[in-house]
Design a protein around this ligand. Structure first.
Ligand SMILES: [Mg+2]
Length: 311
């Protein structure tokens, strides 16, 4: 990428199997948007999943996978489901339009292009996308701690789980819970409790920062951390670092039966997300291990691998 590219510009992916169409649309749109191009469905799907454009302009008639199939594929993938699609076609019967909208497209443009109309339709979709993104961000955040909420965790877990499945890779889930938090709230008040939650959330975020790592507030004083692509040994190091970082905050907690400061307990479950594995069971296993950490005296991490073969 050149340093002159405005990173704030929204991005449009133009997909067409005829170079002349890519050129015409590219020239028409490059003033207002960053333009990505693809000349077939496979390329388009790859670029859409890896680069997350804000809009796809999709040709219907292409060699190999056509536009309808491409549209369905993008709408079935959680990574691309929210990217709006405008079909671009020389067909102009109402039937084709219906078929396109049913496949999940947001709008239509027809060839030969009326560029003023193309720009107007693209602008409309881009404005909608901006609003949707903002709303999406707001509903994905926990209001108190301003870190991702449970809803966002569920979505990211689905994405990372699929990624791990495709690569037959490791994925870990760590459930954490502040020790004796009820006693903290009861004795220091809910205002202090809220500040405690915010500080714990912040330090957890600061200590799980690889791309793909996700820290979310799961509910109450419970947090969940998603750690893709590392095995149990490495995940345990991260979980232990999280535990230590909370203890190091040194938030006084005279009413804790395990330490004079605020601490957390953690249950960490790791598996290879191969065929037949189940992400719901992995989460349950993390919850069970968290319970075990509580039973064993709190302020500790209990981690284990989860496998269907063993049970
Ligand atoms: Mg074509």
């Amino acid at each position: 990428m050149t340093p002159f590219v405005d990173s704030q510009k929204q991005r449009v992916l133009v997909v067409d199997d005829e170079p002349i169409n890519l050129k015409i649309l590219g020239q028409a749109l490059s003033g207002d948007y960053q333009v990505l191009v693809a000349s077939n469905a496979e390329q388009a799907i790859h670029i859409a999943t890896t680069q997350q454009p804000d809009l796809v302009l999709l040709d219907i008639i292409m060699q190999g996978m056509d536009g309808y199939q491409t549209c369905r594929a993008l709408k079935q993938d959680p990574r691309t489901v929210n990217i709006p699609i405008i079909f671009s076609t020389s067909m102009d019967s109402e039937e084709d339009e219906v078929k396109g909208l049913e496949a999940g497209a947001s709008d239509y443009i027809t060839k030969p292009y009326n560029l003023a109309l193309v720009k107007a339709r693209v602008r409309n979709q881009m404005q909608l996308k901006k609003k949707t993104d903002l709303l999406e961000k707001l509903v994905s955040l926990d209001g108190l701690t301003e870190i991702p909420n449970r809803r966002d965790f569920e979505q990211q877990f689905e994405v990372e789980w699929r990624r791990a499945q495709r690569a037959n890779n490791y994925i870990s889930v760590c459930m954490l819970d502040i020790d004796f938090f009820k006693q903290f709230n009861d004795n220091y008040g809910h205002g202090a409790g809220d500040i405690c939650l915010q500080r714990v959330a912040r330090t957890l975020m600061d200590n799980a920062k690889r791309s793909g790592d996700l820290v979310a507030r799961y509910g109450g004083e419970e947090f969940v951390v998603l750690l893709p692509e590392i095995d149990l040994k490495e995940a345990k190091l991260v979980a232990e670092r999280l535990r230590e970082s909370v203890e190091a905050l040194a938030i006084t907690h005279q009413f804790s039966a395990c330490a004079g400061v605020v601490t957390i307990s953690a249950g960490l479950a790791t598996c290879r997300a191969g065929f037949g594995m189940n992400k719901g069971l992995l989460l349950e296993e993390a919850d069970r291990l968290l319970y075990e950490a509580k039973q064993q005296g709190r302020n500790r991490v209990i981690g284990d691998t989860y496998s269907l073969d063993v049970s």
